[in-house]
Design a protein around this ligand. Structure first.
Ligand code: HEM
Length: 149
């Protein structure tokens, strides 16, 4: 069973992170403002729904492994120390990614096909940049967690 759950977890991670890198790249390299608006108008909501499903899958499968592999006790007892701290950092990264995703989606749906104000623009760009960077960092900690098992 653990193999299947881990497989789904890794599949979800590839879709979630791959999607975020692709959209981030699009935002940088698709310089034509009109084309960018059109692309985001058409794929934005679809991408948003798809990514939230995969993030949920990541969290559900991650929590399943967390409790079924006894990692909850390791974090609770703080022993082995290094394993507990690597897992704790990963959990904080997941919490931050989830928070920035909620902020990003809230603004995206609120301003879909509307002009954005300065604060909305800053929050939207800042949150997508944060998700992008945190995603690159979380792979490192995910790899370390695996190393302890
Ligand atoms: C954005 C969210 C997440 C991402 C991108 C992510 C990514 C990954 C990746 C890529 C691996 C495989 C690492 C490897 O094989 O070297 C992994 C493993 C693992 N993840 Fe996550 N993860 C996320 C959320 C979570 C959450 C919320 C938990 C627990 C509460 C969790 C617990 C685990 C565990 C226990 C493993 C190792 C399982 C094993 O090796 O048997 N993950 N994660």
């Amino acid at each position: 069973m653990i193999d299947i759950v881990l497989y789904i977890h890794i599949l979800a991670a590839t879709v979630w992170i791959g999607g975020s890198i692709f959209l981030f790249t699009l935002g940088i390299f698709l310089r034509d403002k009109k084309a960018q608006k059109e692309v985001y108008y058409h794929i934005g909501p679809l991408y948003g729904y798809m990514e939230s499903v995969w993030l949920t899958v990541l969290i559900v499968t991650g929590l399943w492994m967390f409790f079924n592999l006894g990692i909850d006790n390791i974090v609770k007892n703080g022993f082995p120390e290094e394993f507990a701290s690597v897992m704790t950092i990963k959990l904080w990264l997941v919490a931050l990614i989830t928070l920035f995703t909620i902020i990003h989606m809230y603004i995206a749906f609120k301003t879909h096909n509307k002009e954005r104000g300065t604060i909305e623009k800053m929050l939207s760009r800042g949150s997508s940049m944060a998700i992008f960077i945190l995603n690159l960092i979380i792979i490192w900690f995910a790899m370390k967690v695996r190393g302890f098992l």
